[in-house]
Ligand binder design. Structure first.
Ligand code: SF4
Length: 232
């Protein structure tokens, strides 16, 4: 087995990719940690929508309901009405209400501060047990709200990482997440996550990727193969 195929080789290659992306997009700053319930709810609101609409629906929800207990006790239709601008409002409203009820039932309050004292695996086990919380949502809360060194995999990260070939070509986002989890260089989860998404939106689009201008083409299996130059 070549060095490149081993975990250390993959980690080194990811480190080079991360550095090249930072040279292009900069190194993202870690956000201030916030109310963890707010973090979880805003991540649910971000599912299947744009950043702009996600932010708007979260603001609308906070303006309509002064506290999480008010959301928990509201009927689904009024939550749905408040978050309409984010899309999938009925589904998200049901999820948010049920999650708040579950948190309240299991902890006696609407506070997820106890997650800060848990290991990464315990955090994932707790969050994944909540209805409507998948691996990506749990990983986003772990990274952005708890400051853990885990890298969420959304559709952009999955596509770009698959083309890069740095962990092979996992079929699903969750498989990509698991493959990356053991090879992302320590401390680089936030930077790689944010900048791979930027690359995915900017150049490594689903169709017609802009490989000629790509800062990581020299590290990319797809970009080096010449397929990109010939087009889909
Ligand atoms: S070289 Fe092309 S396929 Fe590879 S990451 Fe860059 S844009 Fe995507």
């Amino acid at each position: 087995m070549s060095v490149r195929r081993g975990g250390e080789g993959r980690r080194t290659r990811l480190a080079r990719i991360g550095k090249a992306l930072e040279n292009t997009y900069g190194r993202p700053e870690r956000r201030t940690r916030r109310d963890l319930v707010a973090g979880l709810v805003s991540t649910i609101l971000s599912q299947n929508t744009t950043d702009v609409n996600s932010r708007r629906s979260f603001q609308d929800l906070r303006e309509r309901f002064p506290g999480w207990v008010d959301v928990e006790s509201a009927n689904v239709r009024s939550i749905e009405s408040a978050i309409r601008r984010g899309g999938l409002a009925r589904t998200k409203a049901r999820r948010i209400k049920q999650i708040l009820r579950d948190i309240h039932a299991t902890t006696g309050k609407l506070d997820l501060g106890f997650l800060r004292r848990m290991s990464d695996d315990e955090v994932f086990a707790y969050l994944l047990a909540l209805d409507g919380v998948g691996v990506k949502t749990a990983a986003c809360v772990a990274l952005f709200d708890l400051g853990r060194d885990v890298m969420p995999v959304d559709t952009h990260v999955h596509r770009v990482v698959g083309r890069l070939g740095v962990v092979g070509h996992p079929r699903t986002r969750d498989a990509t997440f698991e493959a990356l989890r053991v090879v992302v260089p320590p401390g680089e989860s936030l930077s790689l996550h944010v900048n791979l998404i930027r690359l995915g939106r900017d150049l490594c689009r689903p169709r017609d990727p802009g490989c000629a201008a790509c800062p990581v083409r020299s590290e990319c299996d797809f970009g080096r193969s010449g397929e990109a130059a010939e087009g889909p």
